[in-house]
Structure formats: C-alpha cells, structure tokens
Design a protein around this ligand. Sequence first.
Ligand SMILES: Cc1cc2nc3c(=O)[nH]c(=O)nc-3n(C[C@H](O)[C@H](O)[C@H](O)COP(=O)(O)OP(=O)(O)OC[C@H]3O[C@@H](n4cnc5c(N)ncnc54)[C@H](O)[C@@H]3O)c2cc1C
Length: 453
Amino acid sequence: LAPRGRGPARARGVLTVLAWVWPAVPVVAWLATGGLSQAASSPAGLLTGAGILSGLVATAIVVEMLWLAARVPAVERVLGHDRALRIHASLGKPAFLGLVFHGLFVVAGYALADGLTWWGEFGQLWATNDAALAVVGLLLLAVVAASSVAMARARLPHEVWFGIHLLTYVAVAVSLPHQFTMGEVFASGLAAAGWLAVWVVTAFVVLTYRVFLPLFATLEHRLVVTAVTPVARDTVAIDMSGRRLDRIGLEAGQFFTWRFLAPGLWWHGHPFSVSATPDGQRVRITIRRSGAGTDLIATRLRPGTPVLFAGPYGVFTERMRTTDRVVLVGVGSGIAPVLSLMGDLPVRPGAATAIVRAGSVEEIPHRAELHTLAATRGVRLIELVGSRRRHADGSASWLPEGARATSLRDLAPDLADADLYVCGPGPVREQVVGEALVAGLPPARIHAEAFAW
Ligand SMILES: Cc1cc2nc3c(=O)[nH]c(=O)nc-3n(C[C@H](O)[C@H](O)[C@H](O)COP(=O)(O)OP(=O)(O)OC[C@H]3O[C@@H](n4cnc5c(N)ncnc54)[C@H](O)[C@@H]3O)c2cc1C
C-alpha cells in the first residue's frame, strides 16, 4: 500500500494566497485612478471613497464566490466540493454587507457633494438606469441572503432555497453596467478591459462547468437506470449503465448530482456517492430514504429511466491517501462510498480497517458484499450497530450502547499512523473527526465527506 504523497496541501496554500490577494486588485485600480487623493480632498470625497472601496472589495469577493461554486475541477480537487461550498457560504455575509455599505456610503458622499438629502440623492440616482439596476441587484441579493440565513435554510425545502439562490446570477448581471458607467475606476482603459475580462471569463467558467459540461456528459454517456434493488431497511441501490463509462472520469468514493428524468422526479437533483468501485461498465449508487425527494426516488424510480448528472465531484478518494495505513468510517448512508473505496485501495492485509456505523444490522447496505470484499481484500471490518451511547453528562457518543470500545483509537490502534476517511451525515461524522484530531492525526490525513452542505 504505497503512500501517494502529501496531496494538494501546497496547492491549497496557493489558492488561499490568491483568495486573499485578489480583492486587492480592484483596489489597486482605484488607487491608480486617483481614488486616494479624491477621498482625501473633502468629507464628501471620504464618504464616497469609503463606499467605492467597500463595493470593489465586496464585488471581488462575489467573483470568488462564483468561482468556488462553479465546480471548476482544479478548485474541486484542491479544496474538495464540500469545503469549497462552505467557504463560498462563509463569504456571503461579508460580500453582502460590503455591498450594502457601498450603496449607503456612495449615496451619502454624493448627497454631501450635491447639497442634497440622502433620499434626494437616492431619487436622482434612481433616475439613471444603471444605478436603479444596481439597486435591484442589491435587493435580489438581500432575498438570497435572507434565504441562506441558517434558520430560513433549515425550514426551506432544498429546491426552493436553490431556486432563490439562482437569483444571485440575475443580481450580478443587472449590477454589471453601473460598475463601468458610474465612477472612474473602470470607466476606460486597461482597468475597464481587465474588469470586463474578469466577468467574461467568470461567466464562461460558470456556464461551462455548471451547464454545458454536465449536458455534454449526459448526452455522451446516456446513463439509464437498469435496476432498483432494496439493499437494507429504507435503502435502495440504483444500478445504471451507459456508453463509454470508462471515460466518465470517476474515482471510487466520488459523487454526482443526479436527476432522474421521469414524471415527478426530474425537477429535483440530489447528490449521491457511488457505492461500487468503478469498473467502466456500470455505475451504482445507494440511497437511504431521508426526506421527500429520496422517498420519491426509492418508490417511483423504474428501470429504463434516463439520468441527467453532473460530476464526478469530491476528494474522498484513494488519490488523497498519504500513508500506507487506512481507517475507513462509514456512517449510515456514508457506508456507500466506503464500500466503493474498499475495492479501490491497494491493500496489504491488516493495513486497512473499515468501520461501519448504523442503527441496526438491517440498516447496513450491501452487508454481504461488504463482508466478502473485506475478506478478499484483507480489510478488518468492524460493524457498530445500535443507538448512540449516552455519556454521564447526557451528551451522545458516536459509539453504540454495548460497544466495548470507548474511542476510535480503541477500534483502530494504528490510527495515529493512518489516513482516516470518514463519510456520512451529521454529528456522528463530526465526532469521529474530533476524536481523530484529539488522537493527534494531522488534518491533512483526515478525509471527511459531509453529506450535507
Ligand atoms: C456529497 C454528498 C453525497 C451524498 N451521498 C449520499 C449517498 O450516497 N446516499 C444517500 O442516501 N445520501 C447521500 N447524500 C445525502 C442526500 O443527498 C440527501 O439525503 C438527499 O438529497 C435528501 O433529499 P430529500 O429530498 O430526501 O430530503 P430533504 O428532507 O429535502 O433534505 C434532507 C437534507 O438533505 C439536504 N438536501 C436535499 N436535497 C439536496 C440537494 N439537492 N443537494 C444537497 N443537499 C440536499 C437538505 O438540505 C437537508 O439537509 C449525500 C449528500 C452529499 C452532500
């Protein structure tokens, strides 16, 4: 089991530096067009300058957010899909507040310079098309921001939240003209050409990776459901076949976003990981019923249904391994990618441990296959079933009642020298990661796939 090196830690460093440096680029353009001297010239200039600066930095952050969510392969490989989306989400608040600040301060600055009230100045700006469009863009972003606040997001069906989120692209588009026609930073010359190029490239990247490539891949591979089979309580496996699947670019442990093209199913897409090691012939996913969408898929999907997909995504793969030992932990529906990964690891007997955690034995998907694969590949397989053990303080452990082990380390004594792969929904996964960190495992050796964003 030869280790594969340090993975993309260095690339992640480069991306981090780029992310911090990029917002300074439009600020440099502002300085080059005399922004600082104008800001220092009067109180009105100071207000306007602060507003413009805030808008420039916030817009640069919006560009970063679009790239993070665009499924760009380099970003996906380096950060991982879930982390890219988490960073994307964390940038939403500063970007939105920066744009609000921009609007308030620019209007205040102009009002002071023109001797008008704030409202009077707002009314004048509203009369110019581009400023009015920018205000509409900001209002749309406010709706998006409100829908993404944790409390609202938890209550909204995913599809509704996603639909609202698409308004971001409209908001960005309608706010574009004022960036070029109002103010001097991108009014002409190299700065204007460069800023236009940033938007053209960003639009191209978003359309390519989110729309065109998934459509091309769908048409190229023509995936069709061949079987829907119950494989555990409330869980079905979906087998699909198609054309040239050896060229689909799939690695064990990855996931796609799937849309089954049948009445009642086509309008909701869901991320599901592959549950079989890729063999170039078929793709299998395993779905646990956990809500309205998965219920519909499990009960209505029939063989012969064509499938639209986007992906593959995710870094829960053999490629990320850095040592010659592996501990795999699959929690509930997270057992699916663990199974697919087990078939992919070049295992030396005893060098890999797979822990599957479920509410009961009946909830372990593909149980017989798991055992056979573990036996043939020399993987130590540990099944942990039952409800979560309660600590004395009332908090719940990820381990079940009745288990003799008290920690991940008890189950996998070689943990400190291994790579940990942990996958599945919710707090159990988080606790496993927490225990691994406490056991001294460096974060670079922990490969965790969250089953929610
Ligand atoms: C990377 C990844 C891989 C996954 N792999 C598997 C797998 O192999 N097997 C499996 O059973 N489950 C998997 N899941 C979980 C699965 O996607 C959700 O359980 C499913 O989408 C829930 O949809 P629902 O309508 O049934 O439930 P809902 O009640 O609508 O949602 C339940 C939860 O899933 C989230 N969710 C719903 N739809 C989506 C969506 N389109 N995109 C992202 N999150 C969504 C909701 O925000 C909510 O947190 C995976 C999730 C992710 C993020």
